[in-house]
Design a protein around this ligand. Structure first.
Ligand code: GRG
Length: 293
């Protein structure tokens, strides 16, 4: 099967699982569940769940990876909802649509984010309860990546840097490693744990995620500086307008592209050490270097 078809099929199965595993929109309290689904179903690229599925199929999945894939997307969606809030980045547009607090209201958006955060761990506990050690490892991977030293920590330093108007290369690196790369790495390690090899490649997958996450963030910065709002589905030039420290602001567009290429190359080099067949994962990594949104 060619890469595009495989990617399309993979996304379809993730969309189907989101529909099955999220609380119905008409369940009480209705507005909250509608807002959760609004954000989960508003057409993101599904990068993290697709990476999880690709890692799970390295030696063939031993356990159903879809509940884990949805759990990772729940954390991602919650982080985007909260990032768009007026007290954070104050974003009006997400994936070409009004951001959650614009579509509903601020309180509903905060609560929808909170509920997606807990929904992630509920899915892991519920779907892997018969494999206790696996369930605990998955929960630990995701909680670590989403926690105060990683996703939330990265976001915290991002806000601090913006408020102080100062951001050195070391702090920008901390922000990228934690705000962006941590969840990408967790998606890969969780996928590895669900594959038949039972996580024999987990440490390699963690390294791949670290490089891929940095490359992904740098490309995101380049797109913010060079893309247009229609293509990106969010306000282009927002980082520059907010005078936000980004890789592009510190190093310029060309050096940023070169850095993204280096990290992509490192991620691909680590793929060579993985057990099983990493062909789909390698194709995914290559495709991300040339993404347009
Ligand atoms: C509020 C705890 C908390 C964290 C927010 C996710 C985030 C941290 C901030 C969003 C801003 C940003 C540029 C984050 C870097 C990660 C990133 C590139 C997010 C966008 O992910 P995509 O491109 O989005 O996978 P889609 O819409 O395709 O899901």
């Amino acid at each position: 099967m060619d890469f595009k078809t495989k990617l399309h099929d993979c996304r379809q199965s993730i969309e189907g699982a989101i529909d099955r595993l999220m609380p119905p929109a008409d369940r009480r309290p209705r507005r909250l569940h509608e807002a959760m689904r609004y954000s989960m179903e508003s057409g993101g690229k599904r990068l993290r769940p697709v990476l999880l599925m690709a890692a799970a199929e390295l030696d063939g999945p031993a356990h159903d990876p879809l509940p884990s894939a949805v759990a990772v997307e729940c954390i991602h969606s919650y982080s985007l909802i909260h990032d768009d809030l007026p007290c954070m980045d104050d974003g009006d547009l997400r994936r070409g649509k009004p951001s959650c607090h614009r579509q509903y209201d601020e309180a509903t958006a905060v609560l929808a984010g909170d509920a997606l955060n807990t929904q992630a761990f509920l899915l892991l506990a519920r779907h892997y309860r018969d494999h206790t050690a696996l369930a605990v490892e998955l929960i630990e991977d995701l909680a670590t990546a989403a926690g105060s030293e990683r996703l939330v920590g990265g976001q915290t330093e991002d806000i601090e840097a913006e408020r102080s108007g100062r951001c050195e290369a070391e702090q920008l690196d901390f922000i990228h490693r934690n705000k962006t790369a941590a969840l990408i790495s967790a998606a890969l390690t969780m996928g590895g744990r669900l594959s038949r090899g039972g996580g024999s490649g987990v440490e390699i997958l963690r390294e791949i995620g670290a490089h891929l996450g940095i490359a992904y963030q740098i490309i995101d910065d380049v797109l913010d500086a060079t893309g247009d709002t229609g293509t990106l589905g969010k306000t282009a030039g927002a980082d520059l307008a907010a005078d936000k420290a980004t890789f592009v602001q510190l190093h310029g567009v060309e050096a940023s592209r070169e850095k993204a290429k280096q990290h992509t190359g490192e991620a691909l080099r680590f793929c060579g050490d993985l057990p099983g067949d990493p062909a789909f994962l390698c194709q995914l990594i290559r495709s991300l270097e040339f993404r347009i949104q």
